[in-house]
Design a protein around this ligand. Sequence first.
Ligand code: SAM
Length: 329
Amino acid sequence: MSKLTDRYNRNLNYLRVSITDRCNLKCMYCLPPGGDFRWLAHSEILRYEEILRIIRIGVGLGISKVRITGGEPLVRKGVYAFLEKLGQIPGIKDISLTTNGVLLEKNLERLKTAGIRRLNISLDTLDREKYKRITGHDAFKEVWAGIEKALKLGFHPIKINTVAMNGVNDDELTELALLAKSRPFHMRFIEYMPFTATEEEKRKRLLAPEIMEKIRRIAKLYPLKNTSFDGPAERFRAEGFAGEIGFIRPLSHHFCHKCNRLRLTASGCLRPCLLSDRQTDIKSPLRKGASDDEIVEIFFKAIRYKPMAHTLNSENRENIESVMSSIGG
Ligand code: SAM
């Protein structure tokens, strides 16, 4: 059992680590509207040795699952050697990586050597032009080549994350679901989480029941039981499909009551809730020479502030200042 039990009796055994806020894409849902942000300076970002130390201490407290994310994790220099070292930390049962896939094709062998088997790849459209509109870059071909090669090289599972947005990719969701028909992909449709409460943001809202209805027109869905590695996705077997379909529903059926996640931001903060800006600085004490016991205390302090639930659905919702790319999604 995790020693990281919060005040609502949730055991936090899953650490999501953003190793950089930098990204080679500028996705419309990830960066703040208006593009008003600046990258963190190198000195502000946790060094690999610092991240590894924090993870090692976290593992001693019961963390058993680690996801590496960003920004785009594959743009950070030295990431493959880092992943290899991460794989050597005893006690981690599951290491996975979330990537936009742009740099995947050339680097899959290195990821394999580093011990990565589980991949989450973000892909919101199959249309090259639309891809460009959503992400600001003409990189659909690279991403698709990476996905196909990952399949050939035996990565499993390959989860494809699609953020579903009205007026953006709502017309393509069944086509995306069909990717899992002949290939063993795990498609994951994620409800778009608006970081601000503007009308434009609200219009993009597309909830899972509506997405499911669309997908049920092309296949019968049968619920699957979650394993301990599945996180909050509601999973379904689709009749006649090699892969599966899943939904991540932070809005229509939020999973806060069973949230087991803690995040380490690229800037060096422990963040107990993606959708709340309350976080605890771990980098400064670390750089001032904190002992392992002192770092443990910072873990405990951080989880004290994990809220019972996020407030995105409420009238008095908390506005979130942090940028997704720094938190890691
Ligand atoms: N660069 C990597 C990638 O693209 O997968 C990792 C970082 S990205 C922030 C991690 C995940 O967060 C992606 O799957 C992305 O689709 C998701 N995400 C970002 N902003 C989101 C939002 N506003 N609502 C829902 N999901 C979001």
